[in-house]
Design a protein around this ligand. Structure first.
Ligand code: SAM
Ligand code: SF4
Length: 334
């Protein structure tokens, strides 16, 4: 049998990494991510477990080697562990890695099962270790659960990477302490710039903190050495001599990483976004719900490869301006 063609776009970039949002729902309401009164999608619009699995297998057949489940909060979806187990069975049969990005609130319940299913590491979003600030940022007083989730993940043998959105005047002053804590616990940590995705209640440009300045402040305190580590995404990495750990800086508003881009995203409704910062999309749900899902899915993936843009074009919106893209990160999957 001839194996299906790998996913290569018109700029000769090979797509090997899929980020899949399994739900748009979440138990937190991070102020930069969604409004307090977020309208979630009717369940009929969200891909079923079978459809998620079918889409993932379609990607694996075309050469995707790493799948990250995200959301919304992936662990609030009731059948998510069935999907993790199904994907775990593909490890070594085309797939190298299944992982997830989680807010950590439900991690304590799921950590052991994730490890059993073949998951080796998870990204946990944690912007602050100050309980009052956490409650303000996430609009829920859930810091103890998240820290418990991280501890459970470690106890289950999972490597944990911390993701923190850097926010001017909010967690800005705490960032060095957060980095030192993460490294002290043996976690990698990555700082993220806030992105203009979807309407929220306030104006997130008020808290936009360019990481170039953060890096300068950190370099004045510690010895930062650029690291050779690459992830095929927008992160640059540094080793910090004093803390003994690795720091990633994600500056998505620059686009000098686009040329090495190896990823695409699928939303909870089955929209394939070839670029997080672009308006291009392909409807995989229609393909999966058609009379010949295998052929329709293959054709949809070919279309995605034709329309994946060379680079993204989003810029931080000026104060008071609408976000660059109307869809929320929780829809596309961060
Ligand atoms: N709920 C999970 C979590 O929080 O890790 C997974 C989904 S969440 C959308 C993925 C990541 O996107 C989180 O690290 C979150 O902090 C980040 N995020 C959400 N909205 C963002 C925005 N507008 N700009 C930058 N990062 C954002
Ligand atoms: Fe939920 Fe993650 Fe968005 Fe926070 S960042 S509201 S945890 S989806």
């Amino acid at each position: 049998m001839i194996s299906p063609a790998p996913l290569v776009d018109q700029f000769a970039r090979r797509i090997t990494y899929l980020r899949m949002s399994v739900t748009d729902r979440c138990d937190l309401r991070c102020a930069y991510c969604m409004p307090e009164r977020m309208t979630f999608l009717p369940r009929s619009e969200v891909l079923s477990l079978e459809e998620l699995r079918g889409a993932a297998l379609g990607f694996i057949a075309r050469g995707v080697r790493k799948i990250r489940l995200t959301g919304g909060e992936p662990l609030v979806r009731r059948d998510v562990m069935d999907l993790v187990r199904a994907l775990g069975r593909q490890i070594g049969a085309g797939l190298d890695e299944v992982t997830l990005t989680t807010n950590g609130t439900q991690l304590a319940q799921h950590a052991a099962a994730l490890a059993d299913a073949g998951v080796r590491r998870v990204n946990v979003s944690l912007d602050t270790r100050d309980r009052a600030l956490f409650a303000k940022l996430a609009r829920r007083d859930a810091l103890p659960q998240v820290l418990g989730g991280i501890a459970a993940a470690r106890a289950a043998g999972l490597a944990v990477k911390i993701n923190a959105v850097a926010l001017k005047g909010l967690n800005q002053a705490e960032l060095p302490e957060l980095i030192a804590w993460a490294h002290g616990e043996g976690h990698e940590i990555t700082l993220i710039e806030v992105m203009p995705l979807g309407e929220v209640d306030g104006d997130r440009t008020d808290h936009y903190l360019p990481l170039s300045g953060v890096a300068e402040d950190l370099a004045a305190r510690w010895t930062l050495t650029p690291s050779g580590h690459r992830s095929g995404g927008p992160a640059r990495y540094f080793d910090i001599a004093e803390t003994g750990g690795r720091l990633g800086l994600i500056t998505p508003l620059t686009n000098n990483f686009c040329e090495g881009c190896n990823r695409v995203r699928v939303s909870a409704t089955g929209q394939l976004y070839p670029c997080l910062g672009g308006a291009e999309q392909v409807d995989l749900r229609a393909a999966l719900r058609s009379g010949d899902p295998d052929a329709a899915l293959a054709a949809a993936l070919d279309t995605a490869m034709r329309i994946k843009p060379e680079r993204h074009h989003f810029a931080i919106s000026a104060r008071g301006e609408a976000p660059a893209l109307p869809r929320h990160m929780s829809h596309t999957g961060g």
